[in-house]
Design a binder for this molecule. Structure first.
Ligand code: ADP
Length: 382
């Protein structure tokens, strides 16, 4: 099999995003999305039709695609590495649907449609949880009744794994060090946000847990809450679905300020909007709480890396996140941090014991590369 281009599919409940990626050069040959699937006036009545649209749009680029990489949100305890898709694998992803009701069923629909329309390609599922599968027991265990936790598969799984793995993997090269000797903290700050602590290439902690709700304050999710709030709201008459909606869509920066985009949030703060100011400070307070925790957990930190929409673009968030941490060996270079640049870069002062970096994430490329590797060396799912 020649390594041609790879089609990467990210299928959500009402959209399919795709890229055709050259896994060697890293170039995205083509990118697009079919959105509003199933909605009246939308471009496609269902995912199969959406996938047909994509194959028509991308026909030229797809001529030499032999591998399709599918982003799958939850691999649960079943999948901890990229896996060639078979009927059994699809059934496994379906069985995990209760753990990710918004995501896994949509991922399965996308996989089914792509397999039906590209039957000769090797399809590989790449899981968002896989990188964190072997978290140390202390980091993956909730202090719940162990029998209840075991019966329901309740543990900390972690998400954004493809991004944390890709970004931390690049850092070693950028610093000209071996990954095995580096202690790292990665801040994936997008609309969803998570942080991980990585020792010698292996994650030892991460801020998202059983679902992508735990941890940092996010665009529309609250991150950590007193769990007592949930039964309290249920008893107050809210349905479970309503609480789910509250936690996934109406909380975080949005819930506090009415906006979830940092560009708008900064504008509101500058215009003296008290709720936006509070939202920004709550966001940073939580972020620094995790940063402190991971500094202590790792003991020595060689690199702190910012990635994703906010981490890559928002110099103010980066400056405030590591502000006044000189005594911990973390010193930003203000000019480097403020420079309008793209691409991986160092933003710490030359004499900062801990390197601070910005490294753009590229989950599609990471999925494409893992899919090619897995297609060439398929491993049985264990
Ligand atoms: P996701 O993949 O989780 O949807 P992204 O990683 O694309 O999110 O991040 C999206 C967020 O990045 C936006 O909501 C916005 O807050 C932030 N963002 C994007 N561009 C900028 C920018 N130039 N300055 C500040 N924040 C930005």
């Amino acid at each position: 099999m020649t390594v041609g281009q790879v089609l990467v599919i990210n299928s959500g409940s009402s959209s399919i995003k795709y890229q055709v990626v050259d896994p060697v050069s890293g170039e995205a040959v083509l990118a697009g999305a079919v959105e509003r699937i199933g909605e009246t006036g939308g471009p496609a009545p269902d995912h199969r039709a959406g996938m047909r649209e994509i194959l028509a749009e991308a026909a030229d680029a797809l001529r030499d695609v032999g591998v399709v990489g599918h982003r799958v949100v939850h691999g649960g305890e079943l999948f901890h590495r990229p896996t060639v898709v078979t009927d059994d694998v699809v059934a496994g992803i379906e069985r995990l649907a209760p753990l990710a009701p918004l995501h896994n069923p949509a991922n399965v629909i996308g996989i089914d449609a792509a397999r039906a329309l590209l039957p000769d390609a090797v399809h590989v599922a790449v899981f968002d949880t896989a990188f964190f599968h072997d978290l140390p027991d202390v980091a993956r265990t909730y202090a719940l009744d162990a029998k209840v936790a075991a019966a329901h598969g309740i543990r900390r799984y972690g998400f954004h794994g493809t991004s944390h793995q890709y970004v931390s993997g690049l850092v070693a090269g950028l610093l000209d060090r071996r990954a095995a000797e580096l202690n790292q903290i990665v801040l994936h700050l997008g609309n969803g946000a998570s942080m991980s602590a990585i020792r010698g290439g292996k994650p030892v902690d991460t801020s998202m847990g059983f679902t992508p709700l735990e941890g940092l304050v996010m665009g529309t999710r609250p991150g950590d809450l007193d769990p007592g709030i949930v039964p309290y709201l249920l008893r107050a008459g809210m349905s479970a679905d309503r609480v789910d909606m509250l936690l996934n869509r109406q909380s975080g920066l949005m819930g506090l300020s009415g906006v979830n985009d940092f560009r708008e949030l900064h504008r509101l703060v500058e215009s003296g909007h008290p709720a936006a100011d509070l939202a920004y400070r709550v966001y940073l307070h939580r972020l620094r709480h995790y940063l402190g925790g991971y500094l202590v957990e790792l003991g020595r930190v060689d690199a702190i890396t910012f990635t994703a929409g906010v981490g890559e673009n928002d110099a103010r968030v980066r400056a405030d996140a590591v502000h006044d941490l000189d005594r911990f060996g973390i010193r930003l270079d203000d000019a480097r941090n403020a420079a309008k640049a793209r691409g991986p870069r160092l933003i710490s002062a030359p004499d900062s014991p801990t390197a601070v970096l910005v490294v753009p994430t590229n989950e599609e490329l990471a999925i494409a590369r893992q899919a090619v590797e897995t297609a060439a060396n398929p491993q049985p799912p264990e």
